[in-house]
Design a protein. Structure first.
Length: 171
């Protein structure tokens, strides 16, 4: 069963909406001016009246439907921007694939930055605390003594910090 937005894509095509190879969307009467929306990622949208309400359609999904038809509705399939520019909805820039494929469309330095930001949210210690743990170990404190001093973790976690398994980027 397709969700409302996916059904709206099909309805838009049936009503005569089209998208050209450059990503310009046209209603049966005129060229549309898609709008930018979204909190984390800014995508272009247009709206149609469907099932008694206004439904927004992402332009890149509309382009993907033109190119791949019902393949875009398969489970775990996402629409990708090959050049990672979310407003470039040209047919050559639109691909489908998995979330993993989508993340690898990002340049390596951006992937590392995203991973670092995610890791920061999971971290128990600040960089300064890690340096202090390593300094305390150099002064002779045991793993258990460090775990007692730094109550956020156990002695196994201290061992991982000291041998570089975790927090390896902290100098």
């Amino acid at each position: 069963m397709l969700n409302r937005r996916n059904r709206a894509i099909i309805a838009a095509v049936e009503r005569g909406y089209i998208i050209d190879d450059d990503g310009n969307v046209f209603s049966p009467r005129r060229k549309l001016n898609p709008f930018l929306a979204g909190k984390k990622w800014r995508y272009l949208y247009f709206a149609i009246n469907f099932e008694g309400m206004t439904v927004t359609i992402k332009v890149h999904r509309f382009q993907a439907y033109k190119k791949y038809r019902n393949e875009i509705f398969k489970e775990k399939i996402v629409v990708r921007h090959k050049n990672n520019i979310k407003t470039d909805n040209s047919v050559d820039n639109i691909l489908i694939g998995t979330m993993s494929d989508n993340s690898f469309d990002n340049p390596p330095e951006l992937r590392v930055e995203i991973a670092r930001k995610a890791a920061v949210k999971l971290r128990k210690f600040t960089d300064d605390e890690i340096r202090q743990i390593r300094t305390d170990r150099a002064k002779g404190l045991t793993h258990r003594a460090l775990a007692k001093k730094y109550v956020k973790c156990n002695h196994a976690s201290i061992k991982n910090i000291l041998n570089g398994t975790t927090y390896k980027n902290v100098a």
